[in-house]
Design a protein. Structure first.
Length: 241
């Protein structure tokens, strides 16, 4: 009834881009932050942050990992700094905190909208007895779920706060998804991963989860399959058909 193999007992859902449209807000915040950083560093001839940069280096990863990955792609190395560095600091943590400041502003201005098809799927999954966890690299996971009125569906939340607290490796490592399965009390082979990011799909495959659903929000269906998705859908409601 919910489009999953019979042995699946739990669903591990990414948040931004799978349940809510906040992936677009994060992309906008990353672009604004990195373009400003590159413009100040390299002048008017800088190469802007692109959608390909977002997909290859940032999407699905913990914030500071995304900073490191993208800057490395441009041959830029910054000092690590400290987690409480101000957003103006020219450090990995300062740059990451600038992005978080921007995305919080954008979310406050635009609000959070869940995908209607994802709400339908969560309702059907809950009614079918599927245990539900949200696994997101965002430190704003709880706030976004609350703003989108999705928290009643969620039995466990592994977000950026938990990842840092517990020293988990970020996606594409499977640690956060494994923590989500553990929190629900299910073995990885009995859990399905729902992801729109290439790094997240890779994490689902690396963790030997029982099923990996790729959610194609960015016209990258072939890439999602190549990274290990068992099925690719444009919207979670397609699994109900």
């Amino acid at each position: 009834m919910i489009g999953l193999p019979d042995h699946i007992r739990a669903g591990l859902f990414d948040l931004d881009g799978v349940l809510t449209s906040t992936a677009d807000l994060h992309r906008a915040a990353w672009r604004e932050m990195f373009d400003d950083f590159l413009r100040r560093r390299e002048g008017p001839g800088f190469v802007p942050f692109s959608d390909r940069d977002y997909a290859d280096h940032v999407d699905g990863r913990p914030r500071f990992d995304g900073v490191r990955e993208f800057l490395a792609s441009r041959g830029i190395v910054l000092p690590e700094g400290e987690p409480d560095d101000p957003p103006s600091a020219e450090t990995v943590h300062g740059v990451g905190n600038r992005k978080n400041e921007l995305v919080q502003r954008i979310i406050a201005e635009r609000g959070v909208t869940p995908y209607p098809g994802s709400v339908r799927y969560l309702e059907a999954a809950r009614d079918a007895g599927l245990a539900i966890a949200v696994v997101t690299s965002s430190a704003n996971g709880a706030a976004v779920l609350t703003a989108a009125n999705l928290m009643p569906f969620v039995q466990a939340l592994i977000d950026g706060v938990v990842i840092v607290r517990d020293g988990l490796r970020g996606k594409p490592a499977p640690d956060s998804f494994l923590a989500g399965a553990k929190a629900l009390g299910v073995a990885p082979e009995n859990a399905a991963v729902f992801e729109d990011a290439l790094a997240g799909v890779r994490a689902g495959r690396a963790g030997a989860f029982g099923y990996v659903v790729g959610v194609n929000r960015a016209d990258q269906a072939d890439a999602l399959r190549a990274q290990g998705a068992d099925v690719v859908v444009d919207d979670l409601a397609e699994l109900l058909e």
